[in-house]
Design a protein around this ligand. Sequence first.
Ligand code: ATP
Ligand code: MG
Length: 572
Amino acid sequence: MKLSKFLVPTLKENPADAEVISHKLMVRAGMIRKLTAGIYSYLPLGYRSLRKVEQICREEMDAAGAQEVYLPVAQPSELWKESGRWEIYGKELLRFKDRHDRECCLGPTHEEVITDLVRREVRSYRDLPLNLYQIQTKFRDEIRPRFGLMRGREFIMKDGYSFDTTEDMAEKTYIEMRDAYQKIFTRCGLEFRAVEADSGPIGGSFSHEFMVLAATGEDTIVSCDSCDYAANMEKAEIRTEEFSFPVSEGSPEAVSTPGASTVEEVAKFLGLKAENIIKTLILKTENGAIAVLLRGDHELNEVKVKNFLKVSDIVMANADTIEEVTGGPMGFSGPVGLSNIPVLADRAIFGVESAVVGGNRHETHLINVDPRRHFKVDQSGDFRAATAGDLCPRCSGTLRLSRGIEVGHIFKLGDKYSKAMNASFLDPDGKEQFMIMGCYGIGVSRVLAAAIEQNHDDDGIIFPPPIAPFTVMITPVGAKSETINEVAGRIYEDLWSSGIDALLDDRDERPGVKFKDADLLGIPFRITIGQKALAQGNVELRNRRTKETILVKPEDVIPEVRKLTEKWAQRA
Ligand code: ATP
Ligand code: MG
């Protein structure tokens, strides 16, 4: 490819709407252009990289025994009604009507379509297992599309679905997919971590997210500093220490707390720390109101409560509900005497000696409260968000927090969809059974953004060679000379015929402009052909990452590039 004829509209300025570096650099390097919010066109350079990520996914999925299919983007509502998701999916699902007034949607994911396909084609256990995947455009009408390709409305996903005859087989497939994902992200050159993710009511350790470690990540990862435990914040468990302190003699005493209702205000007013307070959250689920007690300095983890209660919806109760269930105004709820709704307590509250709680009365709190004696708790458990310094649930280490970008998600679905949509097979005894499913997603376009988020410097992108749009950039510089052009052209031909993709900067530009653009585009290796070195029979080979330049003979370019690529792969 020759740069003079290639559509690479580089920009000097960052786009005004870009907040993260990958978005800025992809626009500046002429890889993508925005059409409208969350919807992007891939220009030749961006699309070359994207296809490399796709190809790595494809090769590893094929190697793991999965088969590639291509499913429709437009889907009829009937299938979504069968699975029950037409009602619950919400506004991310882009719905529309066709000319016959039939309801349709654009696929945000393909469980329904694939389950429909497989239930029609598979009859017997002999046809299973099946593992099918596709690489395709997804549409999700995200409420806040942002960060360029990171959170788009239209994006490219590799999604795969497995169908097994037994739970054991499904677990084996799950582990094979987890291994395949490790290989994919390693090959893409990413620094990542597989973390336990919330698997909703299915429970167990059958959902993992693959997180690219980056400060700009939208997810919080909780990991242990001494063992390999790592989980998404939503899922992260906490080991609670055993508490023991003498049972208090006194009884609760009401104190007036004018103008103080939040934990911070009450702590300040009473001259205490937030951890001396037990806060009472009144929440509403589809099954009614509940109270959750937390230590003042702790935060609620909604997902834990949802899974514990097996409910799908949790919101903060409004003032009317609070008044109704506690008899007091919002901001002063407390557990003492609270008997008409279920009370859940996070275990850490039992470590609060002589606690302060809300008094269920205007501007009133209770002091000297013993959490073991002075109020009723229906159930206690782990309901709070992990914080740095909490105890690891698996070992004696402590937990720390970091940020990550979710690039992949694998999930054991069980018979959720096969049951709802009647995807069954006949087992060896002729008995009808539901297939056991798993689903496996990779945000292919997000991988590209995440890779740049992790690999860049002040001058631009530093592509990992396996996903770089080109492996080598050839930059002839200096006065127009026949020899320089001839050597550049020969190296270009040689690289391509050895299977190394090269971009030739044949533009009539000053060396400074060419070098700047080369750095911005992030092509891993640059060959500079200039008068001075060439007079000695050499060209320069520069490593974008290390900025090291070596002199090589034109005929040694190919083995030298191979050596550098090999070195990169070994992270040497
Ligand atoms: P998120 O929590 O980031 O919204 P998700 O849990 O909705 O992701 P999945 O449904 O598991 O994501 O989709 C599989 C993969 O698709 C994700 O791991 C992610 O890499 C990618 N993905 C999801 N939503 C988007 C999006 N809006 N833009 C780009 N990639 C996305
Ligand atoms: Mg999402």
